[in-house]
Design a binder for this molecule. Structure first.
Ligand SMILES: Cc1cc2nc3c(=O)[nH]c(=O)nc-3n(C[C@H](O)[C@H](O)[C@H](O)COP(=O)(O)O)c2cc1C
Length: 230
């Protein structure tokens, strides 16, 4: 079945005219030479992340995590990067085991990660199996957060329907009180996940559109590298 070709309203057309006029990959963009890129993708990731931080790219530690449910239904959301192992190209993120991503990962323990840093014209993709880390890593991750961030993790149940502002306020106060009274407590469902990349891809946009893509694939103890058409 095909969607109608001419179902765009005048308002949507106006909005899209503005979208097409918006600048994209305006630069100046950093250079990238795949020939001299590190042999291990985790090292290149650390290099690009370090440059993003040094150049003030906004929130380079925010990453989109894509998962699939038991029936294959895909979903994606952004999370915070909680750790990297650049030697092994593994990264950590955290969330609630009962959230959508938590349920997806327990059914299908794999995910894809996507970073996009517009100011650098850089996209990084990683994909691979995901492990749930143990109690000590979970404790360290959780207790390293601010009291407000810890309290937020104790409110309601992530992604469950919220009854309204009164329920929100009641839960928020109860959670702030709980964290103040028990600063070492950790929600039973707090989870730290570790994705070990099987594949990692680095996309460097160039203003004249002759973009570069370098894909690394884990092979035995090392990595093979392939240039891809952009
Ligand atoms: C900037 C930003 C950072 C976020 N960081 C996290 C995070 O580190 N962990 C997390 O579980 N959710 C985080 N969220 C919320 C998720 O995007 C998402 O709304 C939530 O995890 C529930 O999604 P799910 O039910 O699909 O798992 C963040 C949202 C934003 C906008």
């Amino acid at each position: 079945m095909h969607a109608e070709d001419d179902d765009t309203s005048a308002a949507d057309s106006d909005l899209m005219a503005k979208v097409w006029a918006a600048p994209v990959l305006a630069g100046p963009l950093p250079g990238f030479d795949p020939d001299t890129a590190p042999a291990a993708p985790g090292r290149l990731f650390a290099e690009w992340l370090g440059k993003a931080l040094a150049d003030g790219v906004p929130e380079p530690h925010i990453v989109t995590v894509s998962t699939a449910a038991a029936d294959g239904t895909p979903s994606a959301r952004v999370v915070m990067l909680r750790g990297i192992d650049s030697a092994d190209c593994a990264v950590r993120f955290a969330g609630d085991r009962l959230s959508g991503k938590g349920r997806d990962i327990s059914a299908r323990p794999a995910a894809a990660l996507t970073w996009y840093w517009p100011a650098h014209g850089r996209q990084i993709r990683m994909a691979g199996p995901v492990d749930l880390l143990g109690a000590e890593a979970t404790r360290r991750d959780f207790l390293g957060r601010s009291p407000h961030s810890r309290a937020a993790a104790f409110t309601g149940r992530v992604s469950a329907p919220l009854g309204g502002p009164e329920e929100y306020e009641r839960e928020r106060r109860a959670a702030e009180d709980l964290v103040a009274a028990h600063p070492g407590r950790i929600p039973a469902s707090h989870a730290v996940y570790r994705l070990r990349a099987e594949e990692a891809e680095f996309f460097q946009a160039r203003p004249e559109r002759w973009h570069l893509r370098l894909r690394y694939t884990r092979e035995g103890g090392g990595w093979s590298r392939t240039l891809l058409w952009p």
